[in-house]
Design a binder for this molecule. Structure first.
Ligand SMILES: [Zn+2]
Length: 78
């Protein structure tokens, strides 16, 4: 048995046990399960690793020139 985290289209997470990965995917495809919170059947398998927020964004402005403008006077980091 293996436990996977499932996520519905309303972002509710819950865990379900499956025989294996294929069993999980088959049941997702057949829509045999539903979210225990809202009853939605639009489920996706969550990531096995815990998610850590969104994507990291640089907190400094970058020069719009893709490879850097090469201008020493440019105030933005390339
Ligand atoms: Zn839900």
């Amino acid at each position: 048995m293996i436990t996977y985290t499932l996520i519905c289209d309303k972002d509710h997470e819950f865990s379900e046990q499956f025989d294996n990965y294929d069993d999980c995917m088959a049941k997702l495809k057949a829509k045999k399960m539903k979210c225990p919170t809202c009853g939605s059947k639009k489920l996706e398998k969550g990531l096995s690793a815990p998610s850590v927020g969104g994507q990291a964004q640089p907190d400094f402005p970058t020069c719009p020139a893709a490879a850097g403008c090469g201008n020493g006077g440019c105030a933005l980091k390339g």
